[in-house]
Design a protein around this ligand. Structure first.
Ligand SMILES: *[C@@H]1O[C@H](CO)[C@@H](O)[C@H](O)[C@H]1NC(C)=O
Ligand SMILES: *[C@@H]1O[C@H](CO)[C@@H](O)[C@H](O)[C@H]1NC(C)=O
Ligand SMILES: *[C@@H]1O[C@H](CO)[C@@H](O)[C@H](O)[C@H]1NC(C)=O
Ligand SMILES: *[C@@H]1O[C@H](CO)[C@@H](O)[C@H](O)[C@H]1NC(C)=O
Ligand SMILES: *[C@@H]1O[C@H](CO)[C@@H](O)[C@H](O)[C@H]1NC(C)=O
Ligand SMILES: *[C@@H]1O[C@H](CO)[C@@H](O)[C@H](O)[C@H]1NC(C)=O
Ligand SMILES: *[C@@H]1O[C@H](CO)[C@@H](O)[C@H](O)[C@H]1NC(C)=O
Length: 464
């Protein structure tokens, strides 16, 4: 978490054009970097903020890594991270500003954001005890203080100590390096499949009820699950009609904050109505959809076809999956009409379905997104209606079953690399009894669950 502090410090200093006159980095304890900063009598607008850009992006990535390692991760953390990314973005924009504009830097906005972070931390403290959070709290308070002081500084005293700023940067880097050397274990980088499979799943992070309400118990939600997705902040929510069958539209939000506030949404309709007659030709069926590379992939209504619709252009395509069973013949145990279920992981897009030839057992298909065809298939021995839901991680299928109203068990796996299957037992807690969809996202190594209308997520931990 201390990276957040460092980042925020760098941001503040660069954004406000403030340069310290004396700074030293020291290592305190085994998990803290502290940089002491003495405020100078005057400040100046720094001319070059640009060189900080790479630095902040890098630090932001580190924060992401750091957060991954923290157990009991809360969805609030995500908001936190997004705020940080937002700040990073604004530093990037600052680079394009003229020096005289820098003087007009908006302190009010910055103060507001810091205030928001303080509130977030307060909430975090309620849920998570420990020095990490306490330090964070203090650090943000300190930053807040510095901002207040900065505001009162003379804006006309200009340019002298660029060099000292470089020094501060170097010290922060040194401090970070030391800390890194002390890390006992290296986390598995996102996107990497250099691990030994699923180890454990966190407690659920309950976000909220879907936007249509509690009557809409079927559906799915998540983020763009393509590893190279460009809109990694975007969230999508796709509640089916109350009949548990038809998907009439998909809703997207630019950020988590918008999702939480139910605002700035965009709805893409999948039905058309002419003279009171609804055309369901490109509507969706079942809760098996995912967003992959800004396209929604789903089972087309009343067919064994895969549908794909571009979320920005609404360009739509469909292709048949040969032999796939559809229309609720072999759906999952607690979700209707999910005969065809899409999944995404580090290796790309997959489709989980079944055929009569395979007697209702799960078939894993690899989707070639260039041609929208199922390129290769693997047949498993796991009866599809015998599982609650399934997802893929690094080319391995994981299937769950319900063991109690409160617990779900990942009990079956199938590795497409070796063609071998096996039984495992990894528990996850549910917020409600039924699970309608479960999707893995390689970009944040999370599972996104739609459970009786509630949107929940889980952090996934792999065996090193
Ligand atoms: C920074 O402060 C320390 C002690 O506060 C002092 O010993 C050192 O000389 C100062 N360095 C500079 C460059 O002013
Ligand atoms: C990002 O910053 C802009 C202002 O530049 C603000 O309008 C927006 O709400 C922020 N987003 C988040 C997620 O904080
Ligand atoms: C915050 O500032 C106080 C004094 O202003 C200092 O004692 C404390 O160590 C600082 N905390 C952090 C985490 O920087
Ligand atoms: C992501 O990868 C797919 C397949 O490799 C490609 O078709 C697509 O254009 C890529 N998207 C971006 C945004 O790079
Ligand atoms: C329904 O929509 C599809 C394409 O979305 C179109 O091809 C078809 O003609 C429409 N059917 C009717 C009855 O309008
Ligand atoms: C989706 O549509 C947009 C706008 O027409 C286009 O730029 C983009 O390449 C399309 N994406 C895919 C993955 O087809
Ligand atoms: C898909 O199948 C075609 C032949 O059917 C093959 O040439 C191609 O390499 C395959 N692509 C992938 C990504 O497996």
């Amino acid at each position: 978490m201390m990276y957040f502090y460092l980042l925020a410090l760098v941001l503040l200093h660069s954004a406000a054009g403030f340069v310290t006159q004396n700074a030293s980095g020291t290592l305190m304890g085994k998990d803290r970097c502290v940089c002491e900063v003495q405020l100078p009598d005057s400040s100046f607008p720094a001319k070059k903020v640009g060189f900080l850009e790479d630095e902040t992006i890098r630090l932001s990535n580190r924060v992401e890594h750091e957060m991954q390692m923290i157990e009991e991760q809360d969805i609030r953390m995500d908001l936190y991270l997004e705020n940080l990314m937002n700040l990073t973005k604004r530093v990037e924009n600052l680079e394009k500003m003229r020096p005289e504009d820098l003087i007009e830097f908006n302190f009010e906005l910055l103060k507001k954001e810091i205030k928001e972070m303080e509130i977030l931390i307060l909430e975090l403290r309620k849920k998570q005890k420990g020095t990490h959070v306490e330090n964070l709290d203090m650090e943000v308070r300190n930053i807040s203080k510095i901002v207040n002081q900065l505001e009162t500084l003379d804006k006309n005293s200009v340019l002298k100590t660029q060099r000292e700023m470089e020094l501060l940067k170097k010290r922060i880097l040194d401090c970070e390096k030391n800390l890194k050397n002390m890390k006992p274990t290296v986390p598995i980088p996102l996107g990497s499949c250099q691990h030994h499979g699923l180890a454990r799943i966190s407690n659920p992070n309950l976000l909220q009820m879907n936007w249509k309400g509690s009557g809409y118990k079927y559906g799915a939600w998540g983020k763009d699950a393509a590893w190279n997705a460009t809109k990694k902040m975007m969230y999508w929510v796709a509640p089916l009609n109350a009949d548990g069958r038809i998907l009439e539209s998909v809703r997207t939000y630019p950020t988590l904050y918008d999702l939480q506030m139910y605002k700035n949404q965009m709805d893409l309709p999948l039905i058309t109505t002419i003279k009171n007659k609804v055309n369901y030709t490109i509507a969706g069926q079942g809760s098996g959809m995912v967003v992959y590379n800004y396209n929604l992939y789903y089972n087309c209504y009343n067919s064994r076809d895969m549908c794909r619709i571009n979320l920005s252009s609404a360009f739509q395509q469909r292709k048949t999956i040969p032999g796939a069973v559809f229309n609720n013949k072999y759906s999952y145990s607690s979700s209707s009409y999910q005969d065809i279920d899409f999944a995404s992981d580090e290796k790309g897009l997959w489709v989980l379905y079944t055929t009569e030839e395979n007697s209702g057992n799960i078939v894993v298909g690899k989707v070639n997104v260039a041609t929208l065809t199922v390129n290769s298939t693997w047949t498993t021995t796991q009866y599809k209606p015998g599982v609650t839901n399934a997802f893929m991680i690094c080319g391995v299928l994981y299937a769950t079953r319900s063991v109690s109203p409160k617990q779900e068990e990942v009990f079956y796996m199938f590795d497409t690399k070796t063609g071998k299957d096996g039984h495992i037992s990894i528990m996850l807690e549910k917020v409600t009894e039924k699970v309608q969809s479960l999707n893995y996202n390689p970009n944040d190594r999370k599972l996104y669950m739609y459970s009786d209308g509630f949107l929940t997520s889980y952090d996934v931990f792999m065996k090193p």
